[in-house]
Design a protein around this ligand. Sequence first.
Ligand code: FE2
Ligand code: FE2
Length: 439
Amino acid sequence: MNTATTEIAIQILIVDDEENILRSLKRLLMNEEFEVLTAISGEEALKVLSLNPDIALIVSDQRMPGLSGVEFLEQSKKPAPDATRIILTGYADVNAAIDGINRGGAYRYITKPWNDEELLRIVNEAVLKFVLIKDNQRLTRTVKKQNEELREWNSRLETLVQEQTLEIRKQNEELRGLNESLRNNFKNTIFAFSGLIELRDVRAASHSKNVAELSTKIAKQLDLSGDEIQAVSAASLLHDIGKIGIPDILLAKDPDEMKPEETDIYSQHPVRGQTAIDSIESLREVGIIVRHHHEWFNGGGFPDRLSGERIPIGARIISIADFIDRTIRKLNGDKAFELTLKKVKEELGKRFDGKLYPLIETPARELYDRILQQTGFIEMELNPKDLQSGMVLSKDVISGTGILILRKGMKLHEKNIDALRRSYQLDPSASGIFVMVEK
Ligand SMILES: [Fe+2]
Ligand SMILES: [Fe+2]
């Protein structure tokens, strides 16, 4: 019998009231690797079981004084639930055999007198059954324990992963915050710089900001990287920073009306601008865009007379946005936007890169509509009797016969209001009187 799977000795308990049967059975099992225990009654056998609960096999005679074999086997289930049971019955005692199996939980019955060889075979089989049950139980316990350990490991691992994820997320947030504040500091610095030129040149109020909004929106429609878009945005804010070194009288002039020597000085502002920011390493690319914002697509601009695609894309964008903002300020009126776009169109391929034109109209309209709304004035047609001092004409006032009475932009005061009222009675205006009034 191979009992290698269990390391403890296999115990067998034989119960019979006849000593000679006990002896002969013990002898028969002598050569097997079992420890054979005996008891001469059911009562004594129960005591043996209580001391040896791991007994593998119980072989019990049926006919005994006191507890019968079936009764003893039935009671033995409590102290030794896993033991295999065999009942020994008389040759003709079929009922006892059936009872032994049904009530006593016997695995087999053996009739007396037995065949030695067969009895040994049955005993070995019964022991093997016990061993298998025990092995199975041990395996189940091991699997259960390992499962529990695994579950515990899993939950520990999960906790660990969660903790580390939280830690990483926290560090990421800190880094993001740090980056954000660095970026904000940087942005604020650029804003502060760009505001400097507007302090010098009041006519340029919000010019850099408008150019930046327009340029960034154009850049975003092109296939540019995030860094390139940021460079365009920063360069727009700083594009005229070089004007700080230009005398006030010159700053007040329209570049198109400058004398040649004045144009020479004015033309230095892109290079001065680049020089001013070139010492800041992260603004070096921005400096290059600033340098070229007055180049023309056909090579007619300054300072380097670059042409076509050799002009950095950021500079080509700013060139258009800069022109739009300056022209719209100069024209200033209800047709200003359309007229400006017309002028841009005329310069496509000459001053400006034609492929950018389709990208400018929508963002430009958005920007200047908003600015118009923010000024806090709306245009209204009024009756002459409702005109008041301080109102500003938003359109030329032309008499019914076509004479220009007052120009657009004129501020009204008592005298010209009187004149207007008089002319209105004689020759009523066909165009109406339009003024800008506060909303
Ligand atoms: Fe400029
Ligand atoms: Fe400009």
